[in-house]
Design a protein around this ligand. Sequence first.
Ligand code: ADP
Ligand code: MG
Length: 575
Amino acid sequence: MIRQFIEYYKPHKWLFFLDMFAATLVAVTDLIFPQVTRTFINDIIPDNNMELLVKIAIALFFLYILRFFLDYIVGYYGHLLGVRMEYDMRKDMFHHLQKLSFKYYDETKTGHIMSRLVNDLNEISELAHHGPEDIFISGLMLLGSFGLLLGINVKLTLIVFSIVPFLVIFAIVYNSKLRRTFRQMREKLSDINAGLEDSISGVRVVKSFTNEPFEEKKFDHGNESFKILRGRSVRHLGIFTGGINFFSNILNLTTLAFGGYFLYRGEIETGDLFAYIIYMGLMIQPVKRLANFVEQFQRGMAGFRRFSEVMAVEPDIRDREDAQDLMDVEGRVRFENVAFSYGDREAVLRNINLEVPAGQTIAIVGPSGVGKTTLCNLIPRFYEIDSGKILIDDQNIQEVTMESLRGNIGIVQQDVFLFTGTVYENLLYGNLDASEEEVMEAAKKANAYEFIMAMPQGFQTYIGERGVKLSGGQKQRLSIARMFLKNPPILILDEATSSLDNKSEAVIQESISELAKDRTTFVIAHRMATIRNAQRIIVLTEKGIEEEGNHAELMKLRGEYFKLYNSQFKPSEVV
Ligand code: ADP
Ligand code: MG
């Protein structure tokens, strides 16, 4: 996983090296000051050497100007590195998400994906640049000061640094505790996000059932566990920071006690002791940086693990290497012995054989849950079939590019999904290249033009999130207009009018008939008006396609269709 992480540095390696180079020099400038102090006390003060003082002061001044630029580079380019890596990862993840099939989305909570795209990647970007900086600067500072102090006095250095292993052990123990709580926190937060996304998008259902208290309880529960985890993590963090400070104080104490003793014995000079004390003060910084790194590393890696989990999901439906574009589609559709099941479940469809000539309208009827929607979802290859073949104009759909396949199929569903935005933008979704005239024309054909023009800003009216500001019939008309713009040779109407009242249905039926003209059309319907319009009707049952024919023929059979007619299609619903 680390290797995968490192891959993301590659495009920005120069930024990385620049950042590391500057970070190294930052550490070096930090190491210089105690040495200067030492010279100051040991040589300048006793000898009244003003010339050296001036020289050192000027040198330090230039060093600090250089340091200003170095800090700027670390602060600016370092963060820029993180920002760019985050951009790349977010882009990769979104592009990858676009490739994943229905199957993945059937099983994944939207909130989980959101929390990965937003929070996790942010943590990763922080780690991406602070991580190496921290390790580099602190490693260099610790090793550097160790080396320099050894040069001054071996005995005192060994005594003082004998405390360091304890500090390291302490850090490792709390490191693992922190890691555990951070991982749990991340998972919990993502659960909260998922729940939130569910209850906010379902807010209308929540309110209609007056189930707000239930939702609140659910939310509180998650929020509460998160609070507890947060509490635990900050407790560990508190002990961690306190412990680190304690050790650094002990370091100071040891330096002072032993240093004072050696000074008394005349084994070191005053300036040496000062240098020690300043180095000890400086050492808190890299140790804290390391501690900070430990925390950041845990968080960032937890985030990156979740990121790579998503990236590792293979898109189960994709173009074959030798896939060709489906061109000049006439619209013949053929099912050959098709079988399909959702995952490990029992097969929904078996032995489906069906041949639909180009331009024909075929109605699919059958009891609810028998697999009508499923059958239609197989044509655009939203799900991969288990066996058999589906052909369009004699070409196996698995052998053509998905873009050309789906570009030739239009689906109008019962619950229309509209995007937040204007009417115009939503219509344009059918064909992003459509001209304004074409959009107007499509709206007219879909019987939508008048109601759109009656709205306050006409085509530029905002329709609210998912089109909440429109009626069911209006939304359906927009989705039909969108389909006119897409203009596919094959059309699927999945209970497109089921949720509408009779009057809206009559209006929409008219535009649907217009839309279906000269296209191969699959209609899943419950209403007589729609079914009677079809040139051919197939009856789907658990056993497969059980009956086939037109209305009169099927009624004569007195079989499944006859039963369905009596229970569903017949009543006053007939328009
Ligand atoms: P119909 O459209 O005829 O009412 P569907 O095609 O929607 O029926 O569903 C057929 C069967 O497949 C049902 O038993 C349903 O529970 C199941 N099913 C539908 N969609 C999924 C899915 N995404 N994952 C798993 N099972 C599903
Ligand atoms: Mg259905």
